[in-house]
Design a protein around this ligand. Structure first.
Ligand code: KIV
Length: 263
């Protein structure tokens, strides 16, 4: 068991061994990841892989709090970040009220919110009031409807400059690290070099300070679609289906329960 990360140790990881962040939504999986991951993210992606919605936008603060409590129970040794769901951080007062609710009702270590320069004042307000904030720039899943899809960023000079401006604004507002999602490799490196806090990539190449993946994607459990950046480290869906099929076969043939499983 490695020691639980702190804001300080996460900041110190800049430029060193890349940080490993993974999502979790419940105590069951969080307990498995607890001794391994550096950071556990209770992402609003739970609205898709856990609740079955087509995107993250309908996730609620209550849902995030419920799942964060469960994750913190399962992973007491992990640094846990809770996503601010869509609409919960639209202005300074609302964002602070909601972040305070997350901090009061769960033992989460930090919140994450989507947006760069446009959200800098809100991030500043949270950090000035004792809330640790992880930024999230680049492809913003909460913008999927307003942008008409998931759009990779950093494709030309202007986009790279905008990403760097976002990253600097988020850092200057007091974020201790930031997620950088769905950007071209050269842009990701430029962003990581432009700031002194760790940049955790997802679909952002290896030239950053860490990686994050959605656990149900990397375990091959989520079948609806697989983004290009997802590496499946397990064929989870196939293994689960095989196991449940074997169970059904044995139930139907009365092979289960046999001797070891009866009183
Ligand atoms: O909601 C989530 O899981 C996330 C990751 C994609 C970074 O924000």
């Amino acid at each position: 068991m490695t020691k639980k990360h702190t804001i300080t140790s996460i900041k110190k990881a800049k430029g060193g061994t890349p940080l490993t962040m993974i999502t979790a939504y419940d105590a069951l999986f969080a307990r498995l990841f607890d001794p391994i991951a550096d950071i556990i993210l209770v992402g609003d992606s739970l609205n898709m892989s856990f609740a079955g919605a087509p995107d993250t936008l309908s996730a609620t603060l209550e849902q995030m709090i419920y799942h964060t409590k469960a994750v913190c129970t399962g992973a007491p040794h992990s640094f846990v970040i809770c996503d601010m769901p869509f609409g919960s951080d639209t202005d300074k007062a609302r964002a602070l009220d909601n972040a305070i609710r997350i901090f009061r009702e769960t033992p989460a270590d930090a919140v994450k919110l989507e947006g760069g320069s446009a959200k800098a004042e809100i991030i500043r307000h949270l950090t000035a009031n004792g809330i640790a904030v992880c930024g999230h720039i680049g492809l913003l899943p909460q913008a999927v409807r307003s942008e008409g899809g998931y759009k990779v960023k950093g494709k030309d000079e202007a986009q790279v400059a905008a990403l760097i401006e976002d990253a600097k604004a988020v850092e200057a507002a007091g974020a201790f690290c930031m997620v950088l999602e769905g950007v071209k490799a050269e842009a990701a490196t430029a962003v990581a070099e432009a700031v002194s806090v760790p940049v955790i990539g997802i679909g952002a190449s290896s030239g950053v300070d860490g990686q994050v993946l959605v656990f149900s994607d990397m375990l091959g459990l989520f079948e609806a679609f697989t983004p290009k950046f997802v590496k499946k480290y397990l064929n989870g869906a196939d293994l689960v289906k095989e196991a449940v099929t074997a169970y059904k076969t044995e139930v139907q043939s009365r092979a289960f329960p046999d001797d070891p499983y009866i009183y």
